[in-house]
Design a protein around this ligand. Sequence first.
Ligand code: DGL
Length: 267
Amino acid sequence: MDNRPIGIFDSGLGGLTAVKALRQLLPEENLIYFADSGRLPYGGRSRSQLRRMARQDLDLMASHGVKAVLVACGTVSSNAPDLLEENAIPTFGVMKASVEAMARMPGTGPLGIIATEATIRSGAFEAALRELCPDRPIIALPCPKLVPLIEFGHIRPDDPLLQEAMDDLAPLRGADALLLGCTHYGIVAEAIRQALGPHTRLLEASGCGAEALRDYLVRRDLTGGQGQELFLTSGPAEEFQAAASLFLGRGRAIAARHIPPMEAGEP
Ligand code: DGL
């Protein structure tokens, strides 16, 4: 039993998909969520900058006395997997568990991965999946329009701008399964489902990461807490509060605390 909180972070709203998944899996846990909205988006940044920012985000989590960290960001998970592994606190990304789950998808047809530009450029999701299923066609596609649309509230499946962005998924039609390798994409999963049709099974990286963390805590008897939550954001607190309350389906608004954005340094 360990009542210390779990730390979760992302560039913005996307990691809330992991918060939602963790809440379902472990309702008692105390959670600290950091939305680095002041430095969003992560997906267009260089690898060296992302690695510097990953270190800062991990240190921020450590300063809050967390027992484990869930890096609810595909971009950080794929560009700094070694930093996650070496972290002094047990740290889980969303890449490893989700790729393993993808490799178990039935069928012989293509497997798709969509994620940010920096994630696809890293080639990490694709390489890890190719190692587990060398004979399966893999289609990896960046979807740079989605994160800004989601952050600006274009999340309803019938939103015209979101619908237009769905045209970019055309190369994935007919895939057996699609991995949402950016945690933001889970917020618009319904639109993606409608665009690809019932044949393609969707898998969310954030849910897979949350399950891996749950398994780790349960195995080591490290679960425990009072269901408390602390939300931190480096962007405007009110905007985050409104969007997060809506997405998490909370009747009463959640409270978020603003912290100043950290220095991202040279690109
Ligand atoms: N949600 C993040 C991810 O999973 C990053 C989105 C962004 O800031 O570009 O990759």
